[in-house]
Design a protein around this ligand. Structure first.
Ligand code: AMP
Length: 131
């Protein structure tokens, strides 16, 4: 059965899309740790990120770099943090999270509640800045 992220990539489930290439897809996390929290996923369905082929993993990092640059231009922050967990959705993904301080990366933090309009506005602004 396809993962929820494959169904998002296929357009079967809606998402706030940020960027897409032939191999990768980026969209806003629906339960964000900060405004602009984005997930980068490979179109190839692989559960564990370190099971990805070396070249694909390297390309995924470069794709995430482009998305992170666009997030940084859009959301006031000091850095865009990069995190991999992967315990909830069995489809490899990188979390990109705008942060001011180290504690902003803590999973214990309350999540940010955003309206559909806010998600759409953020996605559009980031999307426009992806090179
Ligand atoms: P993890 O697998 O632990 O790295 O976490 C999976 C992440 O995917 C969580 O931050 C969820 O909020 C996010 N997520 C799950 N379903 C969706 C969805 N349909 N759209 C966007 N983000 C999602």
């Amino acid at each position: 059965m396809a993962t929820i992220f494959s169904r998002i990539i296929a357009g079967e489930i809606p998402s706030y899309k940020i960027a897409e290439s032939d191999k990768f897809f980026a969209f806003l996390d629906i339960n964000p740790m900060a405004k602009g929290h984005t997930l980068v996923v490979p179109k190839q369905e692989t559960d564990y990120i370190f099971d990805l082929d070396d070249d694909l993993l390297a390309e995924m990092t470069v794709f995430a770099k482009k998305v992170a640059a666009a997030i940084k231009l859009t959301i006031p922050c000091n850095r865009v943090g990069m995190m991999v967990i992967g315990l909830e959705v069995p489809h490899a993904h990188i979390h990109l999270i705008p942060i001011i301080k180290e504690g902003d990366m803590s999973l214990a933090n309350p999540r940010v509640k955003l309206s559909k309009e806010e998600f759409e506005e953020i996605a559009e602004k980031i999307r426009d800045k992806v090179e």
